[in-house]
Ligand binder design. Sequence first.
Ligand code: PMP
Length: 306
Amino acid sequence: MFEGGKYIWKDGKLLKWEDATTHVLTHTLHYGVGVFEGIRCYETDEGPAVFRLKEHVKRLLESAKIFLMNVNYTVEELSDAILETIKANELKSCYIRPIIYYGYKSLGLAVDNNYPVETVIAAWSWGAYLGEEGLQNGIRVKTSSFNRFHVNTIATRAKACGNYITSVLAKREALMSGYDEALFLDPDGYVAEGSGENVFIIKDNVISTPPVTSILKGITRDSVMKIAKDLGYEVVERRFTRDEMYIADEAFFTGTAAEVTPIRELDGRVIGAGKRGPITEKIQSMFFDIVKGKVENYKNWLTLVK
Ligand code: PMP
């Protein structure tokens, strides 16, 4: 899985991959208060380019702000460190994982502004998260028995480590039931998102996606909404139910790891024709052209690794 990983950036230094370790009593390991990002870098004709780098780094720092974590780096410094990490690992395309966590000091729940905060960036080659097959033909999804968070249970605007315990449970449950991915409902029973993806449905040419209440405000979600509008489709943010998804013409997931992955089945109900739908295909192919630097007016979403 960690193909290509040679160096890991830790607080200004590039450490050898195997030396980038931390103490077992590190605070975040016990209580989950840490924030992270998932970012992708793609191969383009002009060299490797990171997709929406600034937006990801901004979300990382906003996640840290929500948790009152003092980070000693600016958006520019972290963006430069990410580019430096990709270069050091000599990667043409990769997945990038920055994480900011509490280090080793004491294991009481009380943390203050003097508690050590560590920042790490790793990068490695990572292919299609839900498989090449999934990108082509769509995946099978099951509604999870676990719910997405109430907005006052956990900070839903933050991409925080602890938020992912339910995602890991839901993903495992879906796989154990013979499906590829889980779909979370929100606390009121409306469709929310996947274990690591945002979700879209299409009915009568109108594209709908849940509003950003209990879901992560995905950067791919934002990109796909812009792409779909530019392609002339109507895009609405609104609540919908899982039975509405059963009878949709098309459905797909979006995410940095998952990119644009069609959904061909939900809870045993075949969605549309049971394969990647035509509008999904258009959006997906535009998305891949954009990330590979082939569409001139979206090049501002790319940062070249130089
Ligand atoms: N929801 C969850 C729970 C996620 O983990 C992710 C992946 N970061 C997403 C949505 C999609 O967000 P993005 O497009 O910014 O990767």
